[in-house]
Design a protein around this ligand. Structure first.
Ligand code: PEP
Ligand code: MG
Length: 279
């Protein structure tokens, strides 16, 4: 029950057959990162940085301070670079009018329209990370080339400001279906994978995740098959950071498929760990 789950929230989550599952948190800012710690998170699996940018663009100094505070809370932190476009708009960023924003300028594609914004963000992340190992991931990656370009952009930023990136790992969100068929190629270049089931499900079924009347099945056979394909073919660590990771009705199946790292909202940490203990 909930009380048991709460009292055991700092203990690790081990299944009945002895598999330890790492339970990480999805956070948006310093406050939610602190909450995640209090709730027993074992790290941050997804820092949705766009929330730091929500009302107005934070200054470089404010960004460094936020990243530094969050990095100091956990041993393991995965930062996602700005994921704007589609369902995520910023009041001060104008994107070209598009008939289908979910298929347009989104996520890492912002490198084409707003490179200065991403340059400043990366500089801030690298500055805050100094000496600490941090994982950086790019959203909406659909080809190996896109990842290579984004990583090269990051390396150029580091070079420009004379920052060392030895302790930084680079990975991708797996949320565009093309990636499912390119895993063997991505294995050569990425350090890790994080499956974004919210967008992956939307693109698999060509159904908007925010649609008012069309409802996506959150636990469809196709989505589990997609995850299984990634788990079977990936040669780098994988975590799931979409809503599915914290879905008590999905966790057993995800573990059966071979998933060993789940990133869920701070409020779901204790419950997720307790669910795992009963798998
Ligand atoms: C996802 O797409 O599953 C995800 C975790 O990212 P977001 O919901 O922020 O798009
Ligand atoms: Mg997404």
């Amino acid at each position: 029950n909930e009380q048991t789950a709460q009292s055991r929230r700092f203990e690790s989550a081990v299944t009945t057959s002895g598999d330890t599952i790492k339970v990480l948190a999805n956070v948006t800012d310093v406050t939610s990162a602190q909450l995640a710690r209090e709730e027993g998170a074992e790290g941050i699996g997804l820092l949705r940085t766009e929330f730091l940018f929500k009302e107005e663009k934070p200054t470089f100094e404010a960004q460094v301070e936020a990243y530094r505070s969050i990095f100091s809370l956990f041993e393991e932190v995965t930062v996602r670079t700005l994921d704007i476009g589609g369902d995520k708009a910023l009041p001060y960023i104008t994107l070209p009018p598009e008939s289908n924003p979910f298929l347009g300028i989104r996520g890492v594609r912002l490198l084409k329209t707003h490179p200065e914004l991403l340059e400043e963000q990366m500089y801030a992340i690298f500055t805050a990370a100094k000496g600490k190992s941090v994982k950086i991931m790019f959203p909406m990656i659909s080809t190996v080339k896109e990842f290579e370009e984004a990583k090269a952009f990051a390396l150029d930023v580091a070079k420009k400001y004379h920052l060392n990136l030895d302790h930084i790992e680079f990975g991708i969100m797996v949320e565009v279906p093309s990636v499912l068929f390119l895993i063997t190629h991505f294995n050569d270049v990425v350090d890790f994978y994080s499956i974004g089931t919210n967008d992956l499900n939307q693109y698999l079924f060509a159904t908007e995740r925010t649609h008012a009347t069309l409802k996506l099945d959150p636990r469809s056979e196709a989505l589990f098959a997609a995850i299984k394909k990634i788990v079977d073919e990936a040669e780098k660590p994988i975590s799931i950071c979409g809503e599915l990771a914290g879905d008590t009705k999905a966790i057993g199946k995800l573990i059966e498929i071979g998933v060993r790292r789940l990133s869920v909202s701070a409020r779901n940490i204790a419950q997720t760990k307790e669910t795992i203990r009963n798998v």
